[in-house]
Design a protein around this ligand. Structure first.
Ligand code: GDP
Ligand code: MG
Length: 597
């Protein structure tokens, strides 16, 4: 296809504003799939995406559109995830396109992630076409929302396209805007081959599939390609496009998007953002790539049933094949047994992985409290990244602890602003900016990430009755007065329950856990102290009193069959019991304690 008849575009929006519905409609209107094949949200092909109605992996599809000017255009659409945890996937979709459709729900207006996505698109030098969706709703106020887009984002919205993705109203208008208002890609067909590696995943039939955007030159079957980041050479087996089904083509040229297979063993051998070039005539300079994704939230995942450990290992391996942003390494815990320390892009990512493990792999799991990555400087000068509070060295050996901060943008109706500001202040937030857009406030805060992983979303939702929207970006590390709180049962530390907190919150949170454990741990023949401690200093304490003599006497004096039954029961429960000093405590108590929030 000649370059001037190609358009590559992303759809960006706040979650639920209708990206995926619009993508479906574009596919349907251009006839890429027959009515029978058409399923709602065709691109969201993971089961969880479908159920939760969110898009996790960026997806792409090639459409052919005969425009009003009589020409047939090739439109490459990239659907993007709208959720804050997946900003990284958004950035790589954007790097593969020249323009964006900015979808805004005309009944809701601009939200936190609308802004975040627009800023990313502007950073990627995109031309942006505003699209007002859901104009079929009685509550839609397109004129007000246009004004808001101009005021808040500073984007000309006078010729925003008004549509209903649901009813199909004015989808033609969107297609014409893509053709007439978005720029065609540039590239040199005769130049040395340069293609951006946008994404990769594992396909049961084809092996590793690599999603590419060709900038210069061509990719074709049999060609020897070289990955510029590590010099690895592969021979192309197949090139193709998504229609949205995978369809092989002769070659991919400048401006085109598609896939390549090349007998690549694992997804780990492909680096997103890498430049693919021709091995015989390699490019000198790689394309500007983008930063690799780094897990910011870590937690331990343990099988509830110890016999499931092997299954957990295999399942994590399979998940990782299609999600290179997720990390895991083996770890053991005295309280929970064998498990894995896992790293995620954010809390939603964590939740999704956990849910996929339980649903697709039928695993019953327990997760320890999420923790952020702290940077420690020891008194001997050594620097370490702390992923697990249990690995925290003795306080006297630590010179300084730095914690990650974020810059959060919260949009909320005026009525709930007070409650939101109180919440941010309680979480050690620093206000950066507070502005109004009509009756909505936009608060920009700096917050320690540590305070956000601890039930911040839930609290934000509840204090704003669900009306607040939230987005964040990492904003560097800063030293903080942080301490490790250990929880001791019968004077033995329970590794899985230890956590890091700011000194000002340590006592309150330590007490909460002690009180909870007191309820959960069954009484024994002797008293069991439960303590929260910073180093050697106890900051909260509860005691489980001993069973009274009468009860034990009855228990052991009973008839023989009852005694035997009791013994058998104990044996059954054996593998779920954990030893703490002289006492055995059912694992279920720790599991319940971890489910606390
Ligand atoms: P995404 O999160 O941006 O991908 O949003 P979806 O496409 O999943 O849409 C979110 C919800 O809004 C779904 O329930 C859609 O059916 C609904 N929706 C999408 N477009 C429209 C529209 O034009 N009108 C109405 N009334 N609902 C819509
Ligand atoms: Mg979606």
């Amino acid at each position: 296809t000649p370059l001037d008849r190609i358009r590559n575009f992303s759809i960006i929006a706040h979650i639920d504003h209708g990206k995926s519905t619009l993508a479906d409609r574009l596919i349907q209107v251009t006839g890429a799939v027959t009515a029978r094949e058409m399923k709602e949200q065709l691109l969201d092909n993971m089961e969880i995406e479908r159920e939760r109605g969110i898009t996790i992996k960026a997806q792409t599809v090639r459409l052919n559109y005969q425009a009003k000017d009589g020409q047939v255009y090739t439109l490459n659409l990239m659907d993007t995830p709208g959720h804050v945890d997946f900003a990284y996937e958004v950035s790589r979709s954007l790097a593969a396109c020249e323009g964006s459709l900015l979808v805004v729900d005309a009944s809701q207006g601009v939200e936190a992630q609308t802004l975040a996505n627009v800023y990313q698109a502007l950073d990627a030098n995109h031309e942006i076409v505003p699209v007002l969706n859901k104009v079929d709703l009685p509550a839609a106020e397109p004129e007000r929302v246009k004004q808001q887009i101009e005021d808040v984002i500073g984007l000309d919205a006078s010729d925003a396209v008004e549509i209903s993705a649901k009813t199909g109203l004015n989808i033609e208008g969107v297609l014409e805007a893509i053709v007439t208002r978005l720029p065609a890609p540039k590239g040199d067909p005769a130049g040395t081959t340069k293609a951006l590696l946008v994404d990769s995943w594992y396909d049961a039939y084809l092996g590793v599939v690599v999603l590419v955007r060709v900038k210069d030159g061509h990719l074709r079957k049999g060609q020897k390609i070289r990955m510029m980041s590590n010099g690895a050479v592969h021979t192309i087996e197949q090139v193709g496009v998504f229609t949205p089904k995978m369809a092989a083509v002769e070659s991919l040229g400048p401006g085109e998007m598609g896939y390549v297979t090349a007998a690549i063993k694992t997804v780990a051998d492909t680096n997103v953002g890498d430049t693919i070039t021709d091995d015989r005539r390699p490019a000198e300079e790689p394309l500007p790539g983008f930063k690799p994704s780094i897990p910011v939230v870590w937690c331990g995942l343990y099988p509830v049933d110890a016999d499931d450990f092997e299954k957990l290992r295999e399942s994590l391996g399979k998940l990782r094949l299609n999600d290179s942003s997720f990390h895991y390494e083996a770890e053991t815990s005295a309280a929970l047994g064998f498990g894995y320390r896992c790293g995620f892009l954010g809390l939603l990512h964590l939740e999704i992985v956990q849910e996929r493990l339980s649903r697709e792999f039928d695993l019953d799991l327990i997760a320890t409290a999420p923790s952020v990555v702290y940077k420690l400087t020891k008194t001997n000068g050594e620097k370490i990244d702390l992923h697990n509070p249990a690995d925290m060295p003795d306080g006297s050996l630590v010179e300084e602890i730095e914690e990650p901060w974020i810059k959060a943008t919260i949009m909320v109706p005026d009525d709930y602003l007070g409650a939101v500001l109180t919440l941010c202040n309680e979480r050690r937030g620093q206000q950066v900016e507070l502005t109004y857009v009509g009756s909505r406030a936009m608060a920009v805060y700096r917050l320690p990430l540590n305070e956000v992983v601890f039930d911040f979303y839930d609290r934000l939702k509840s204090v704003s009755r669900g009306y607040a929207s939230f987005d964040y970006a990492m904003d560097g590390y800063e030293p903080g007065d942080l301490v490790k709180i250990s929880i001791l049962v019968n004077n033995e530390p329970v590794d899985a329950l230890s956590f890091m907190a700011h000194r000002s919150a340590a006592e309150r949170r330590g007490r909460q856990i002690c009180e909870k454990l007191k309820e959960l741990i069954p009484r024994q023949l002797f008293r069991i102290p439960i303590q929260a401690a910073i180093g050697g200093r106890v900051i909260a304490r509860e005691t489980i009193s001993a069973l009274s003599k009468d009860v034990t006497a009855k228990c052991y004096g009973g008839d023989i069959t009852r005694k035997r039954k009791l013994l058998e029961k104990q044996k059954e429960g054996k593998k779920r019991m954990r030893q703490f000093g002289k006492v055995e405590i059912p694992q279920s108590a720790f599991i319940a304690a971890l489910k606390m929030d």
